[in-house]
Design a protein around this ligand. Structure first.
Ligand code: BT5
Length: 250
């Protein structure tokens, strides 16, 4: 059952102690016509990553999925994923964590040996027609008050980095950030400027694997709607956020 979560946010909050996946629950709301709803859970038993990967989501995390119905074309949707990454990176820095964004959707923390560990993943799903989004679900998973040893290799948590946080406050900051960047009247292009501030990808050599090709070179910039520009030996290539399966620093 949904419990009051006592959180002030520009969205309606549904709190669940345990759910299979907040994205699935949010999709149900979306398909019933709801908008501006956030499903939050303490624990997920069937958390999902991209491309059918599993997302480990024990009790203590910030697992949240936001339902939006923006009056925008589906092509603009990657901007929402970028905005969510910015909002999480900002909230994490506010909590004292040196977080940065790896294009397009991971929030990472650099360790002392400059190895990066994943603090947050974002899974955006949508349904729409050619020119108009019907609904959009932005799923945000932040490893908050969780022991690192219960997470997969290569993951970190707020607990491991700086100690436990007030999850309500943290989520409130994230949702406030998403709303500021994407809400009514917001200019989505400002998301790119904000994103550049937190990006760890720009300026680095990367290898991006898409289903159709491999692009290798130096990441030089991001452009609307969230595409990465890579300078290769054969000139500039534009990689779309939705195309990317793997992005590796080389
Ligand atoms: C993502 O997928 O990074 C998107 C994850 C989105 C999770 C949120 S939680 C709320 C909402 N409800 C859901 O069901 N999902 C969303 P991807 O880039 O495919 O990364 C998945 C990979 O990250 C896995 O294959 C593991 O290697 C690794 N991984 C799994 N759980 C992790 C965790 N808790 N922290 C860090 N890495 C993890």
């Amino acid at each position: 059952a949904a419990l009051a979560f006592g959180l002030e946010a520009p969205y309606n909050i549904e709190y669940e102690a345990q759910v299979a996946s907040t994205n699935d629950r949010a999709r149900e709301h979306a398909e019933e016509g709801a908008a501006d709803v956030v499903v939050v859970a303490d624990e997920q038993t069937g958390g999902r990553g991209r491309l059918d990967r599993e997302w480990t989501a024990p009790s203590g995390g910030v697992w949240a999925s936001l339902v939006l119905r923006p009056e925008r074309p589906p092509a603009a949707v990657p901007m929402y994923t970028l905005a969510a990454a910015v909002a999480v990176a900002r909230a994490a820095r506010g909590a004292g964590v040196n977080a940065s964004i790896k294009w397009p959707n991971d929030v990472l923390v650099a360790g002392p040996d400059s190895e990066e560990a994943k603090l947050c993943g974002i899974l955006t799903e949508m349904e729409g027609e050619a020119d108009r989004v019907s609904w959009l679900v932005i799923g945000v998973g932040v490893n908050a008050n969780i022991d690192r040893k219960t997470l997969p290799a290569g993951a970190t948590s707020l607990r491991a980095e700086v100690g436990d946080v007030d999850r309500r406050r943290f989520l409130q900051r994230v949702l406030g950030g998403v709303h500021d960047l994407t809400g009514e009247g917001a200019d989505l292009r400002a998301v790119l400027d904000a994103w550049r501030e937190y990006a760890s990808t720009l300026g680095r050599r990367v290898r991006v694997e898409t289903p159709r090709r491999v692009v290798e070179g130096r990441a030089v910039d991001v452009q609307f709607p969230g595409s990465l520009i890579v300078e290769t030996d054969n000139g500039e290539r534009v990689v779309h956020a939705g195309d990317c399966e793997h992005l590796r620093p080389t």
